[in-house]
Design a protein around this ligand. Structure first.
Ligand code: ADP
Ligand code: ZN
Length: 737
């Protein structure tokens, strides 16, 4: 029999092999060893009874690894859909669903830093030292990249890698450092209250969801509940109902390290038959969890986006908490959206989906308005706690009165002082990390730009505490800022703009008695640091927490009665179609962190654009009004949810090279566009025209029939096989920057 096998090679389609008559046919979802070129790889059986044209040379499979399917056939099917919808290779999609260790390459990687070749590197670097060339050689045999620790064992020193990174030949990726949810949950001591009575509004919402759950059909419900309305309690009740009916529950959360209480609550409610699934568990832990799920020992899986592929076989409910959150989208191949895959999965397995948010995505709310989803609303906080009162501070007035150096307005400073005096807690949000956005020479204006990317470097305090380090947030390139200007020898002195580090410093000077912590990607780099800061804050060992959007997400700190927002308009400057939506969400969510305990809360929002609708409406916490306003813009500009987008980025060693390739793709797309009712915009220089040493050119497909757009693109790309390595396709991009 001929079978189709997916192998872990980027962009490769299914391959066909023969199973000799003497060998038992491996089932769909089982692993087999197969010859690919000169190598033998472990692949996954995707289809039986494959067909090939007459005269095609078909090789025999090697040994079968599994007798029983490793992946349930339903998950194999889901991965086929993901590969197809997101224009990725089937092997890439299956890799996400496989347990760690199932394939050689999946095991060791994803630890600390990973080095990969850039496009420049894969075309061979010039003028390299012998050591650098040797490193390049090693890396070119590892398309998925290698951990720097492994490279070091093979004689590639950090200095050699750093040299290659500076030349843009090698890219160093920082791995995310999430932590085990229970590490903090244990300290948090969240006792779920099984006998707590639901409020009237919660009860009504729960009853509506019970009805949907009992139908045991595919349904999507949008649970739109203001911050603090008690959505978690409802998830738990519906989950319990599903579990009692003999079906299983998948509960998706954006970033588990930021919402450890959810994991703890679920564990408290459902005991041992709960698995926590996320990328930061060690490979061994993930392996164990995965196999427990696969063996059917689990009723409830709590996890981040990749949990959507958990091998549950009696799925009855998927909850997507904070469904608007951008971290559900994977920003590397396959570029899937966890929420959307969840909906697709549920539709195949006849499960109920509950999307929960105080600030739903435009897409989901639109579907609720048009009746595609059932809308369930929680308009009030539990126990009639009021939403935080929000006050705007116009920073133009503040500058006029107090001078251009002002960072914290008079109102905000007074409010913080007041909270400190009363022993309450405060959150201060600035969605920009670092100390300043630039440092420059006072005499000649010289400043620091990234040699690999079209961005200026962000200035951080050097780790030694003395002096400054300028760092690229895209490629990690960094330099110590010398004391004298490289060009004119005058001292570098002037800082422009400010980030969280500067706010922290400023608050320490101003309130020396306050205990202040900071949460941003820099401060939580060290293992366990995030857990530590958040639990200290929860235990009220800190008074003020300064941070980026990480502090706005889902936290429930009852001691917080004040939220300050510095530069509410940071995100509005971006020429991105979701800028207003993101700003509205961030402000509403962060304001929602205040006043969740017994004392009511207040938010003070500093902005240069107090009249902007997303700021105005976030202050009123009026989601429906924001939706109405934003929908007009989206419709007028032909953006989602009315039009689908596919973003393509071509990378090249030179700009001209990238442009020429992109032009060719666009030229070939045009006939299909004319026939298929979509339009192609560009090619044009991407907003980040140079990134990690590569030049980038972008084009955008816009239309109402995604399938036409996808198949046209696929056709063009398969006729230009050499382009795949250099082309990134993003279906339903969250951002086109
Ligand atoms: P949301 O996710 O909607 O912002 P949460 O689920 O975090 O809200 O609930 C907010 C707070 O209200 C939590 O501290 C939770 O324990 C509490 N809570 C939820 N439901 C009830 C209830 N029925 N009675 C009392 N407190 C409740
Ligand atoms: Zn850079």
């Amino acid at each position: 029999m001929l079978i189709s096998v997916a192998v872990p090679v980027p962009f490769l389609d299914l391959l066909t092999y023969n199973v000799p008559d003497s060998v038992a046919v491996p089932p769909i979802g089982a692993r087999v060893r197969v010859p690919v070129g000169a190598r033998t790889l472990t692949g996954c059986v995707v289809r039986h009874d494959a067909l090939v044209e007459d005269g095609t040379d078909v090789k025999d499979i090697g040994e079968a690894v599994d007798r029983e399917p490793l992946l349930p056939p339903s998950i194999v099917d889901l991965c086929r859909w993901v590969a197809d919808y997101y224009v990725a290779g089937i092997g890439d999609a299956l890799a996400v669903a496989m347990p760690p260790g199932a394939r050689a390459r999946a095991s060791a990687f994803r630890k600390h830093r990973i080095a990969t070749l850039s496009v420049m590197g894969s075309e061979g670097g010039r003028g390299l030292t012998p050591k650098q060339s040797a490193a390049l050689q090693i890396l070119s045999a590892a398309p998925a990249g290698l951990p720097t620790s492994e490279l070091r064992e093979r004689g590639v020193t950090p200095a050699v890698l750093a040299g290659l990174a500076r030349r843009g030949v090698v890219v160093l990726h920082d791995e995310r450092d999430d932590r085990d949810p229970f590490e903090r949950a244990a300290m948090m001591d969240v006792a779920p209250d099984a006998h707590r009575e639901l409020t009237e509004e919660q009860q009504r919402a729960a009853d509506d969801l019970f009805e949907l759950a009992d139908a045991a059909e595919f349904r999507v419900a949008l649970l739109h509940g203001v911050t603090g309305s008690g959505k978690t309690e409802i998830y738990l009740r519906v989950a319990d109902r599903i579990r009692r009916s003999g079906r299983q529950v998948l509960l998706m959360v954006p970033e588990i390290a930021l919402t450890p209480s959810m994991a703890a609550l679920v564990r408290g409610a459902f005991g041992d038959r709960v698995a926590i699934h996320h990328s930061a568990l060690s490979a061994g832990e993930r392996h164990d969890q995965w196999h427990r799920i696969r063996r059917g020992e689990i009723d409830v899986v709590v996890g981040t986006r990749s949990a959507v592929f958990a091998p549950l076989d009696r799925l009855g409910l998927v909850v997507v908490d904070e469904e608007h959150d951008g971290s559900y989208k994977q920003e590397e191949t396959p570029r899937y959206h966890g929420r959307d895959v969840a909906i697709m999965r549920a539709s195949r397995e006849r499960a109920l989906v509950v999307l929960g948010s105080a600030t739903p995505s435009m897409e989901s709310y639109h579907n609720a308005v048009t009746g595609k989803y059932t809308r369930i609303t929680l308009g009030r906080r539990v126990l009639d706690r009021p939403l935080a009162a929000v006050r705007l501070v116009n920073m133009r007035t503040e500058y006029a009165d107090e001078g251009p150096e002002v960072v914290i307005s008079r109102d905000l400073a007074a409010a913080i002082g007041d909270r400190l005096a009363h022993g309450d807690q405060a959150l201060v949000l600035l969605n920009r990390r670092g100390y300043s956005t630039a440092i420059f020479c006072r005499q000649c204006g010289d400043t620091f730009e990234c040699p690999n990317c079209t961005v200026s470097l962000t200035v951080h305090r050097a780790r030694s505490g003395k002096g400054w380090r300028a760092r690229c947030h895209y490629c990690n390139y960094s330099v110590l800022v010398p004391t004298a200007c490289r060009k004119c020898a005058a001292p570098y002195l002037e800082h422009a703009g400010f980030g969280t580090e500067r706010i922290e410093e400023h608050l320490r000077e101003r309130f020396p008695e306050a205990r202040i912590g900071r949460v941003d990607r820099d401060s939580v780099r060290r293992k366990g640091a995030l857990t530590q800061i958040l639990s200290k804050f929860a235990a009220r060992e800190l008074d003020v927490l300064v941070g980026t959007q990480m502090i706005a997400k889902g936290h429930d700190f009852p001691g917080v009665t004040l939220v300050g927002v510095i530069s509410a308009d940071v995100g509005l400057g971006l020429a991105d179609f979701r800028a207003s939506e993101r700003t509205f969400q961030l402000l509403t969510q962060v304001a929602g962190r205040a006043g969740r305990g017994e004392r009511s809360g207040e938010a003070i929002v500093q902005t240069l654009y107090p009249e902007h609708y997303s700021i105005q409406l976030a202050c009123r916490q009026d989601y429906p009004a924001f939706f109405e306003r934003e929908v007009m813009y989206r419709r007028g500009m032909r953006y989602p949810p009315f039009f689908a987008l596919i973003n393509g980025v071509v990378r090249g060693r030179t700009f001209d090279d990238a442009m020429q390739q992109a032009r060719e793709i666009v030229r070939r797309l045009e006939p299909a566009a004319a026939a298929g009712r979509f339009i192609v915009l560009g090619p044009a220089p991407a907003p980040l025209v140079r990134l990690r040493g590569e030049h980038r050119v972008q084009f955008l497909l816009k239309g109402t029939r995604r399938a036409d757009m996808r198949s046209a693109l696929l056709q063009v790309v398969s006729a230009m096989p050499e382009i795949r390595r250099r082309l990134t396709i993003d279906v339903d991009p969250l951002s086109v920057l």
